[in-house]
Design a protein around this ligand. Structure first.
Ligand SMILES: *Cc1c(COP(=O)(O)O)cnc(C)c1O
Length: 355
């Protein structure tokens, strides 16, 4: 791919934010990647431009009918000064799966990865140095064809923007409190729950708004049909350590197939833990929490990596987990995965690639 590159002059580049005040998704690097798709012509005009506003037709289909998908991955700067991507090919694969589900065009995974690397090289000073910080990379695709009517669009834009990020949760690596909702649902069987598509997040806002008003960090979603089986939490997959068995909901189509989830499953199996991907009812989890056989609970996702859960709240009742403290397994998984991401631990699965 021949990427046309138009770079900012040194003097026009932004001042870097301090690593202590990064937050999540509030600062953006100097440049962005763009490529267009036109039916009959395919992908064309790849370019790296100064970060800036898009010009869109008011009838652009994504604004009306929601053909919009995204991905999220990170570039990590190790103590050795090298910049690494973690399982980026899996993100490209998942982008294509989301695109397929939303009747959007497939991308060339290798070419998009090359473009992402080129963008990171251009903006490499934006990969922060402090341990725990990283450069969040956000590829996203949306329909730009101007028409009103419900059908797949014939023109799309794919862009990549990048944001230096600190720790995801305000509380840091401390157990979070989760509100189990049986009032709202996130996804339905046969729906788009397994696609990283914009509408899923719009649909989730009301539940998380209400949970936050009550002092909770996130919502735990139950299945749409019976409101009984656990799906996932906020924008993370969820795991339970029941005695010595690690259990997570199976991928049934309504759950987002997380790459961190997959990494945890690999590690846990290789460490000799019993692992089950299955249906898991909220009553089973709560009963085991009361009987102290629910040893740990944690969420997994690129943003937080591992997010220990210290409390579940369901139907007016609190259920503490591991006395509200971070469990040993959550800590061990966090240390291992971040160790690999920062190039401090041996990468036996070939998950990282140095840029
Ligand atoms: C992105 C996402 C996840 C986590 O996926 P990772 O690949 O681990 O970052 C989980 N659930 C939802 C709804 C998501 O959007």
């Amino acid at each position: 791919m021949d990427i046309k590159t138009e770079l900012l002059h040194e003097s026009e580049r932004k001042e870097l934010p301090s690593s202590s005040g990064l937050g999540f998704g509030t600062h953006f690097s100097d440049h962005m990647f763009l490529i267009n798709y036109t039916e009959g012509q395919g992908w064309h005009d790849p370019r790296i431009l100064p970060y800036g506003k898009f010009s869109l037709d008011p009838a652009a289909a994504s604004l009306h009918y929601g053909q919009a998908i995204f991905e999220g991955l990170k570039a990590y700067r190790g103590k050795d000064g090298k910049i690494r991507l973690f399982r980026a090919r899996d993100n490209m694969e998942r982008l294509n799966h989301s695109a397929w589900r939303m009747c959007m065009p497939q991308v060339d995974k290798e070419e998009l990865l090359e473009a992402i690397k080129a963008l990171i090289r251009v903006d490499k000073r934006w990969v922060p140095e402090a341990r725990g910080t990283s450069l969040y990379v956000r590829p996203f695709m949306f329909a730009i064809e101007a028409f009103l009517g419900v059908r797949p669009a014939r023109e799309y834009m794919l862009s990549v923007i990048m944001s230096p990020v600190g720790a995801y949760y305000a509380e840091g690596f401390n157990p979070i409190k989760i509100f189990v909702t049986d009032k709202y649902i996130r996804a339905v069987p046969g729906g788009v729950g397994e696609a990283k598509t914009a509408g899923n997040y719009a649909a989730s806002l009301m539940a998380s708004k209400e949970a936050k008003e009550l002092g909770f960090t996130q919502v735990l979603w139950l299945d749409a049909a019976e409101r009984r089986y656990i799906e996932e939490v906020g924008t993370m997959n969820i795991f339970f350590l029941l005695e010595d068995t690690l259990v997570t909901p199976a991928l049934t189509g309504s759950i987002l197939p997380g790459i961190t989830r997959d990494s945890v499953l690999h590690l846990a199996r290789d460490w000799g833990l019993k692992v089950e991907e299955r249906r898991i009812a909220i009553d089973e989890v709560l009963k085991k929490a009361e009987g102290h056989s629910l040893k740990e609970c944690f969420g997994t996702g690129t943003a937080a990596v591992i997010s220990p859960v210290g409390l579940l709240y369901y139907r007016d009742k609190d259920y503490a987990i591991n006395s509200g403290k971070t469990g040993n397994l959550a800590q061990r998984l966090f240390d291992e995965i971040t160790g690999v991401q920062y190039g401090e631990r041996e990468d036996i699965y070939g998950w990282t690639e140095v840029i």
